[in-house]
Write a protein that binds this ligand. Structure first.
Ligand SMILES: Cc1cc2nc3c(=O)[nH]c(=O)nc-3n(C[C@H](O)[C@H](O)[C@H](O)COP(=O)(O)OP(=O)(O)OC[C@H]3O[C@@H](n4cnc5c(N)ncnc54)[C@H](O)[C@@H]3O)c2cc1C
Length: 321
C-alpha cells in the first residue's frame, strides 16, 4: 500500500474542502481499502465521511423515497419504507456481497464501486480504466464475466453493483453536493459508458459528494422482483441479473421498469423490453416475447456468449450459442 494521510470530516464543509483539495472520500471502506492494498488506487489523502449526517431514509412529499448516501446496505435493505415501497431494492441489496459487508458498506459507496474485471485489479495487466492508453487485456483475454452491452474497443468491464440495477430500472436520481452547491443527476447519466475514456466512470465533478439517491413515486400497486444469476448462490457478483417493476391495473400492464446487471458496462436499462410489456396482459408468452428483446444490441465476446442466453431466456438457447 502506498503511504497516504487520513482525515476525518466532522461536517459537510470540512469534507467538501478536503475533497476540493484532492482528498478521496471513504465511507465504509469495503472496496477502496482493497483497491489501495492492491495499489490499483493510490490516493494521497483519504477523507473519512462516515460522521456526516447522510444516514436518513425518508419518504418524499411526492411519495417517492430518498436514501442517504451513508445508509448502510443492510439498513436500507431492512428499512420498512424500502421494503414496502420498493422491495426490488431490498432484494438487490440482500443478494449483494455478504452480511458482514452489507453491515459496513454504504449506498453511496455501492454505486461508486469499481469494476471487478480481473485485469483492472491486476496492476501488471493492460487496462485503459486503470492506466489510460495501456490497452484492454480483457478484449482478447479471459472475458467470461465481462460486458456484452455498452462496450467499446477500450473497455469491456461490467459495473458490479446490484442496487444500481434496481435504481436504474426505477429511474432514480442522484443528489450531489459540491463546492458549487447542490445538483441532481438522473441515475442513467450518473454512471458513464466507457467510450474512449473508461477511466471516467461517474458524472461527478471534483470534490462532489453523493448525498442521497432518490427513487421517484410510481403508480401503485407495483409488483417487482430482482433475479440474480451467479456462479455460486451467495457472496458472488452477478453474471446476469434483472430488476423488474410492473404496475398492473385491470389485468393490463400500465408501467414497466426493467434493467439488467452483469451484462453492461453500466447497469443496463431495457426500454425495448418495457415497450413490449406496456399495454399487454401478463402471460408466459408475453414474458418470453419481451425477454427476446433484452439482448438487443449485444456484442458478445469470445467467452461470454452465454450471457445473451441468460438475458433472452431458454427459448434463445439454440440460436444464440
Ligand atoms: C468480497 C466482496 C463481494 C461483494 N459482492 C457484491 C455484490 O454481490 N453486489 C454488490 O453490489 N456489491 C458487492 N460488493 C461490493 C460492496 O457492495 C462495496 O464494497 C460497497 O458497497 C462499497 O461501499 P463502501 O461504503 O464500503 O465504499 P468505500 O469503499 O468507502 O468507497 C467506495 C468508493 O466510493 C466513493 N464514495 C463513497 N461514498 C461516497 C459519497 N457519499 N460520495 C462520493 N463518493 C463516495 C469512495 O471515494 C470510493 O471511491 C462486494 C464486495 C466485496 C469485497
Amino acid at each position: 500500500m502506498h503511504p497516504f494521510s487520513y482525515t476525518r470530516a466532522a461536517n459537510t464543509r470540512q469534507a467538501l474542502d478536503a475533497g476540493r483539495a484532492g482528498g478521496r472520500y471513504i465511507a465504509g471502506g469495503t472496496t477502496l481499502v482493497d483497491l489501495m492494498r492492491e495499489t490499483v488506487e493510490r490516493p494521497r489523502t483519504i477523507v473519512d465521511i462516515s460522521a456526516l449526517p447522510l444516514r436518513e431514509i425518508m419518504v418524499t412529499r411526492r411519495g417517492g423515497l430518498r436514501i442517504g448516501a451513508l445508509v448502510r446496505m443492510s439498513e436500507a435493505a431492512a428499512h420498512r419504507g424500502v421494503r414496502a415501497l420498493y422491495p426490488v431494492i431490498s432484494q438487490a441489496l440482500e443478494l449483494s456481497a455478504s452480511a458482514q459487508l452489507r453491515n459496513m458498506a454504504t449506498i453511496g459507496g455501492n454505486i461508486m464501486q469499481r469494476t471487478r474485471c480481473t485485469y483492472f485489479r491486476d496492476v501488471t495487466a493492460a487496462c485503459n480504466k486503470r492506466e489510460p492508453g495501456s490497452g484492454c487485456a480483457a478484449l482478447h483475454g479471459v472475458n467470461r464475466t465481462h460486458a456484452i452491452l455498452g462496450t467499446s474497443d477500450d473497455c469491456v468491464a461490467t459495473h458490479p453493483s446490484d442496487a444500481a440495477v434496481a435504481f436504474t430500472a426505477l429511474e432514480a436520481t442522484v443528489h450531489l453536493l459540491g463546492p458549487d452547491g447542490e445538483r441532481t443527476v438522473p441515475f442513467a447519466d450518473f454512471l458513464l459508458r466507457p467510450g474512449s475514456t473508461p477511466n471516467r466512470e461517474q458524472a461527478l465533478r471534483k470534490g462532489e459528494l453523493i448525498t442521497s439517491v432518490e427513487i421517484p413515486a410510481l403508480p401503485r400497486p407495483l409488483q417487482s422482483g430482482y433475479l440474480k444469476v451467479r456462479d455460486r448462490q451467495s457472496y458472488e457478483f452477478a453474471l446476469t441479473s434483472a430488476a423488474v417493476a410492473l404496475h398492473i391495473r385491470g389485468g393490463v400492464i400500465h408501467e414497466a421498469k426493467v434493467a439488467a446487471g452483469g451484462v453492461g458496462t453500466v447497469p443496463w436499462k431495457l426500454p425495448a423490453v418495457e415497450r413490449e410489456l406496456i399495454g399487454q396482459r401478463p402471460s408466459n408468452v408475453l414474458w418470453t416475447k419481451a425477454a427476446e428483446r433484452a439482448a438487443d444490441g449485444a456484442r458478445p465476446l469470445r467467452h461470454n456468449r452465454f450471457k445473451v442466453e441468460l438475458l433472452n431466456g431458454p427459448s434463445s438457447a439454440n440460436c444464440a450459442s
